[in-house]
Write a protein that binds this ligand. Sequence first.
Ligand code: BES
Ligand code: MN
Ligand code: MN
Length: 464
Amino acid sequence: MESIKDYINTHKDRFIQELIELLKIPSISADPAYSEDVWQTAKAVEESLVNAGCDHVEICETKGYPVVYAEKTIDTSLPTILVYGHYDVQPPDPMDLWKSPPFEPVIKETELHPHGAIFARGACDDKGQFFMHVKAVEFMIKNDLLPCNVKFMIEGEEEVGSDSLADFLEEHKEKLKNDIILISDTGMIANDIPSITTGLRGLSYVEVEVTGPNRDLHSGIYGGAVPNPINILGKMIASLHDENNHITIPGFYEKVEELSQDERAEMAEAPFDLEAYKKALDIGDVHGEKGFTTPERYSIRPTLDVNGIWGGYIGKGAKTVIASKAYAKISMRLVPNQDPDEITDLFAKHFESIAPKGVKVKVMPHHGGLPYVTKTNSVGYQAAAKAYETTFGKKPVPERTGGSIPIVALFEEVLGSKTILMGFGLDSDAIHSPNEHFGVWNFLKGIETIPYFYKYYTELAKTS
Ligand code: BES
Ligand code: MN
Ligand code: MN
């Protein structure tokens, strides 16, 4: 399949320009003010799939943002690959930390991306990554090289919990029937260390509200004599980890799958440079659960982190006040076999139980999701590994990531399909952060690698 390289060389400027156009539309699913832009993005994705040569391209309405669906059937006796991705993006805040506006894409060189990277919200998560699939399929269709059937399902609510997609799966089981699901929405270790994601963490996300006195008070007249909800919330949060950074919620670790020494030794073979990690983040030291390495802490161990905390006076200057209320948003990343609903329950019970009498506590659950792991001896993994070997010239490393794509567990539950996660981003690409970017080299390498997955998957599926 030498011609994929030629095809990329001929068309790469157009590929990049098309991606830039897609990145200009601010498809922020979390903010209703951008609803029209999210819809407009769905239409742009629809158009790109039509142009790639897919049949039956449609915008499927849901109770929320639509799912863009497309298919190209070669022969129903051949395997079907279902490509999943998301066209919605995270809010760009905080705006003032962006070096160029988030929806005015620019290409700049960086240390890790000497061939340039496209800077824009969604460049890597996930517009740039699902668009690699659109372009790879375009190549295969236009050159009569598509070896099997393909379906696309690109959603617009991933960053807000994929609520409508869960219903969509239930309603369209037949339409979505497939042999394997293929996703590029994760990362790899480095451009010279290709890796395949074999696990995702689950998620339980809660918001807490602590109420003290019934109104804001003068911190002199009342200070020292009444429960200050901010002081108390701080103390409650601090108590959620012990001196070894274990989470103190009773039952939290009960179902956690412990890896064997052999599995941990195998994990430790994946390259990881602790000094470079600290340097890249400008931290004096790493921090985490005693008894585990940094890669273990961010992949096979569960966590509890405050994502936001607020209350009281945060304006200019000083205001002497004891607030009536304090709030925090807390995420817990989960590992097999923790259940998000159970963990949310355990959290709520514990958090309420540690509140002093002087305050009232409310725990409000947000979206959650199950963790996911996949084996390296499957046909899908083997096909992906062969594809990376072909285009990177070396075997990819299997790696469990710390992030979550909750819908992946539902794909298995509802559609009965396993998922292969071929991510081409780097951890340093700043997804969800200011100055998100995606390497031009990574974008093109993805387009080059994907057709080989189709080829090897079709070949291996036949013989297995
Ligand atoms: N693409 C990410 C998940 C991801 C990124 C996994 C990098 C592994 C490596 C996805 O868009 C995402 O942000 N997921 C959310 C969960 C969702 C429910 C908001 C996350 O992990 O915080
Ligand atoms: Mn994503
Ligand atoms: Mn994301």
